[in-house]
Design a protein around this ligand. Structure first.
Ligand code: AMP
Length: 458
């Protein structure tokens, strides 16, 4: 199957083939004809499936087909909303790439940068606007954006927009749009809130799902390393150094944690940058560019900042800390294994996070292989503690286990130096007393002396 038979114009097909695509991905095959027919769409797609082209190609075609002569500035006819600035910038890049042979004008607006240059450009008139919700509303209130002529609305990563508390902004935007329009909603996961939003918003939508929702991309090799919280950074440096990983996206739960980890990795001789919501837009853009170009080896990110980041052939994603919400795991590891490439997703899981791991395995219906690294075995005497989610964040309570009683065990402060003695098999030996259960009973991959000699980059 090629792109030729999907009803797209020669100009669009040329842009697609210049980009190097020869075959439409499954979501493109399904979405493009439906969107061209004018249907509303609820699209469930695994990350990295090509959904951006899946909606952008047909919407460009529709805008061309329905263009009307206009007096004065061209009306804004298509609005694409995304949850983050990075994703907005990326989607806009796709709009520009696929629309390069068309006379359509497009623009991206997001917060964190000065609004005035955006206003100046916007009031000259664009056909397509890619925006984050907050900044879009700023433009509306300052009269630089007029939403009364929108024919096509796209809500990309709608689940995340709701998670990030954008529902009020989205409702405000929706109230400003014409009733008659085509709406396309994409989401990797479908919570009840999303379904509710979709029911209110979409008109007899076509439903497309290219893979089972809430499962993780098959091309991604997933692995869990059980390790004590205090040794995660050490293990991460070791893994990066000993495997000679060149490009690793690492997730932490908090902004502070991201900063601290990037700094510590830097001290270990591993060039790293942090990207999170407290960084200026300039710093975020620079960190991402440096990471993409290979100048920086590790990008430490919080969930919000990493949303939708598309990096060609990103080989490694590491969950330094598991996310509180299991769906976020699917999004995080979806940063690798994109567009047919192989990827590896590794999670460093301490005793506090065992419940989160269970939640993830339940959601993805997949038991993730656990691999112990010799020298980094867990200390079974360490008790689970509530998870800290940064200033003002929720605390995650550890799961209570009936009969779980670590009283009387030594609280080993010597765990750093005697990793070998506390073998993973032994640590899992007493199933009824340890929250680890069987979790650490896998074969070690390396011995401790190797650990020491290979971790010279620390
Ligand atoms: P997306 O899911 O939209 O973020 O796309 C993921 C990646 O797939 C991007 O790097 C796209 O450039 C790439 N891509 C999209 N469509 C195709 C296609 N038909 N063939 C090959 N790569 C594609």
């Amino acid at each position: 199957m090629s792109f030729d038979s999907l009803g797209l114009s020669a100009e669009i097909l040329r842009a697609v083939s210049d980009k190097g695509y020869t075959t439409p991905t499954p979501i493109q095959l399904q979405a493009i004809p439906l969107i061209l027919e004018g249907r509303d769409l609820m699209g469930g797609a695994q990350t990295g499936t090509g959904k951006t082209a899946g909606f952008t190609l047909p919407l460009l075609q529709k805008l061309m087909d329905t263009a009307k002569p206009h007096k004065g500035r061209r009306p804004l006819r298509c609005l694409i909303l995304t949850p983050t600035r990075e994703l907005a910038a990326q989607v806009h890049e796709s709009v520009q790439t696929y629309g390069r042979n068309l006379p359509l004008k497009s623009m991206v607006v997001f917060g964190g940068v000065s609004i005035n240059p955006q206003k100046m450009k916007l009031i000259k008139g664009v056909d397509i606007l890619v925006a984050t919700p907050g900044r879009l509303l700023d433009h509306v209130s300052q009269r630089s954006a007029d939403l009364s002529n929108i024919d096509i609305l796209v809500l990309d990563e709608a689940d995340r927009m709701l998670d990030m508390g954008f529902i009020h902004d989205i409702k405000k935007v929706l109230a400003l749009l014409p009733k008659e329009k085509q709406t396309l909603l994409f989401s990797a996961t479908f919570s009840n809130d999303i379904k509710k939003l979709a029911n209110n918003l979409l008109n007899n939508p076509a439903l497309i799902e290219v893979a089972q929702i809430n499962t993780t991309a098959e091309r991604i090799k997933q692995v869990v390393h059980h390790v004590d919280k205090g040794r995660k950074r050490e293990l991460l440096s070791f893994l990066i150094g000993s495997n000679d990983w060149k490009q690793v996206l690492v997730f932490t739960r908090t902004k502070h944690g991201a900063n601290r980890l990037a700094e510590q990795l830097g001290k270990d001789g591993i060039r790293s940058a942090a990207i999170h919501g407290n960084k200026s837009q300039g710093a975020r853009t620079r960190a991402l560019a440096d990471f993409k170009s290979g100048k920086v080896r590790v990008l430490v990110a919080t969930d919000i900042a990493a949303r939708g980041i598309d990096i060609d052939q990103l080989p490694h994603v590491v969950n330094f800390e598991l996310p509180n919400v299991a769906e976020d795991y699917v999004h995080r590891i979806g940063r690798t294994g994109r567009a047919g490439n192989e990827g590896e997703a590794m999670s460093l899981v301490c005793v506090d996070e065992l419940k989160l791991l269970k939640d993830i395995e339940r959601l993805t219906k997949n038991e993730i292989p656990k691999i112990a690294i010799e020298g980094y075995e867990v200390d079974p005497s360490i008790k689970p503690e509530p998870i800290q989610n940064g200033r003002g964040g929720r605390q995650q309570q550890p799961r209570r286990r009936s009969g779980g009683n670590n009283a009387g065990r030594k609280n080993s402060s010597a765990r750093k130096s005697n990793g070998n003695k506390q073998s993973s098999d032994r640590s899992s030996g007493n199933k009824s007393e340890s929250p680890w259960g069987k979790a650490t009973g896998n074969k070690s991959r390396r011995n401790n002396s190797q650990n020491r000699s290979q971790s010279g980059n620390r």
